[in-house]
Design a protein around this ligand. Sequence first.
Ligand code: IMP
Ligand code: MG
Length: 205
Amino acid sequence: MEGRSALSEIEGAVHVPSIEAATDARERDIERILIGEQEIQDKLRELGDQITRDYEGRELLLIGVLKGAFVMMADLSRHIRLPLEVDFMAVASYGAATKTSGVVRILKDLDHDLEGRDVLLIEDIVDSGLTLNYLLKNLRGRRPSSLEVCALLKKTGIQRVHLDVKYVGFEIPPDFVVGYGLDFAERFRNLPYVGLLKPEAYADI
Ligand code: IMP
Ligand code: MG
């Protein structure tokens, strides 16, 4: 039968993954999970509830700081039960891959005018705080009626400037982390959890 032989030819061509490839290739460089997928989702639900209460009767503008905030923005925004709009800004800090210099360059600016808006800035992580400090100054100059920050992670005790971050998901030790939007050399953003890299992963890249 013609049809049948054509099908078995296609089946024959299907790549059968080896047992090694069946393990999750994203995870090979991960030493340990710091904050698990479920823990993150529970926290975002909690933050979303709190934001919904705090902004009741108002319309929010969420601003995500690319690229790191794109995963959190997608999940958190669905837990905010208010009319809202989203916008994104892309920034790059000059300096080495794992350290920030505090000198920030805007790569992509907002589409929205902020004047009179209730703005909530979404950040993946507050490390030295220098990026956020720069951004807040810049955004304040555009005269929003309110401006607050929601960060998934805040490294404890290493901020070099005073910052008022109203919504914080987790306080973590000052180690370099990846996953859930956070990268090392642009990799690992698609991990559903936050983890620590194996030391040899830094040497590889
Ligand atoms: P800050 O200016 O030192 O607060 O850090 C700004 C940016 O550096 C963050 O938005 C992240 O993109 C990146 N960053 C800081 N710490 C980490 C980390 O532990 N893993 C991945 N990226 C980080
Ligand atoms: Mg980065």
